[in-house]
Design a protein around this ligand. Structure first.
Ligand SMILES: [Zn+2]
Ligand SMILES: [Zn+2]
Length: 259
C-alpha cells in the first residue's frame, strides 16, 4: 500500500506572500492559518520502497521537520523552476553530512538546467534520466512534457500500479495542454493538478498555470475519479468551494491518500 501525503500545496511564493496584506495572507500568518501553504511537493511512502519525494522546493527542510522525517530515499523532479528545486541545496548538505549519495530522477532535459544553477550538487547526487520510464515497486512511472505557458515547459508524471491497476497523475505546473499532452490525464483514478488562481484576470500570454474554472471545465472531459488541486496561491480560500463539483477538492498540507 502506498500513501501519498501533500507536504506543500502553495504556489511559487507560498502563502502568505512576503509583501502581501490581503485577507488570505493575513489569516495564513497565524501558525494555524488554514490557508498557510508551503511550496509544492508530495511525499509518496511505501513500506517496500521507502520514501519518494516529488519536487523539492525551498521549503524542503521545513517540510521534512513537519513530516517528522530524517531522510528520503529518492527524489522525482517535474522541472527546473526554483519553487520545485530550491531545496536541492539543502538535501545536498544532508547527503554530505550523512555520507550518502542522493538519487534524483527527472527527464533528461531538466538535468543540465539544474546543474547550471547548482553545479556542486553532482558530487553528492546522482541525476538519473527517466525518459524511458521508471519503476518504483508496484508503480510504473511515466513522465511527459506539458506546456507551462510563459514559463516554458514542465513534466507531468503518471503512475500505474501493476498490482491494483490504480492510475494517478501528478501535474503541478501546466496550461493549454495539446490534445496529445492531455491523453495520459484521461480517466485516471486520481488527478492532482496545479491551479494557482480561481479565475485568472491576467492576459493569456502572461499566464503559466490553469485556473480553477478551467480545471473544472477540463475535468468534465478528462473524467478523473477524484481530482485534487494544488499549487494554490493567495487567491484561494480552501474553505470556499464555489463551483467545485463534489469529486474535486483543494488539497491541503498533511492530506494523506492511500493509493
Ligand atoms: Zn511551480
Ligand atoms: Zn514552474
Amino acid at each position: 500500500m502506498t500513501k501519498l501525503i501533500f507536504r506543500g500545496t502553495g504556489d511559487s511564493q507560498g502563502v502568505p506572500r512576503v509583501y502581501c496584506d490581503c485577507g488570505i495572507c493575513a489569516g495564513a500568518r497565524s501558525p494555524q492559518g488554514i490557508n498557510r501553504r508551503l511550496r509544492p511537493s508530495l511525499q509518496m511512502s511505501n513500506e517496500e520502497t521507502g520514501t519518494t519525494w516529488i519536487d523539492c522546493g525551498p521549503d524542503w527542510s521545513k517540510q521534512m521537520e513537519l513530516a517528522g522525517l530524517r531522510g528520503i530515499d529518492r527524489l522525482l523532479l517535474t522541472h527546473g523552476h526554483f519553487d520545485h528545486i530550491g531545496g536541492l541545496v539543502e538535501w545536498y548538505d544532508v547527503c554530505r553530512w550523512t555520507e550518502r549519495r542522493g538519487e534524483v530522477y527527472c527527464p533528461a532535459e531538466v538535468i543540465p538546467e539544474i546543474h547550471a544553477r547548482f553545479p556542486w550538487l553532482t558530487s553528492r547526487m546522482a541525476f538519473i534520466a527517466i525518459d524511458e520510464g521508471l519503476r518504483i515497486g508496484e508503480w510504473t512511472v511515466r513522465a511527459w512534457r506539458v506546456n507551462h505557458g510563459k514559463n516554458g515547459y514542465s513534466y507531468a508524471f503518471r503512475f500505474d500500479s501493476m498490482e491494483s491497476g490504480f492510475k494517478w497523475v501528478y501535474c503541478p505546473d501546466s496550461i493549454d495542454l495539446t490534445e496529445q499532452q492531455q491523453e495520459p490525464l484521461r480517466e485516471v483514478d486520481l488527478l492532482i493538478l496545479g491551479t494557482s488562481f480561481y479565475k485568472e484576470p491576467y492576459a493569456r500570454e502572461s499566464r503559466s498555470l490553469y485556473d480553477v474554472t478551467e480545471a473544472i471545465e477540463h475535468a468534465a472531459k478528462w473524467k478523473p475519479g477524484r481530482m485534487l488541486l494544488t499549487h494554490l496561491s493567495h487567491d484561494i480560500d480552501i474553505r470556499e468551494r464555489r463551483a467545485l463539483p463534489e469529486y474535486i477538492e483543494y488539497a491541503h498540507e498533511g492530506l494523506a491518500i492511500h493509493v
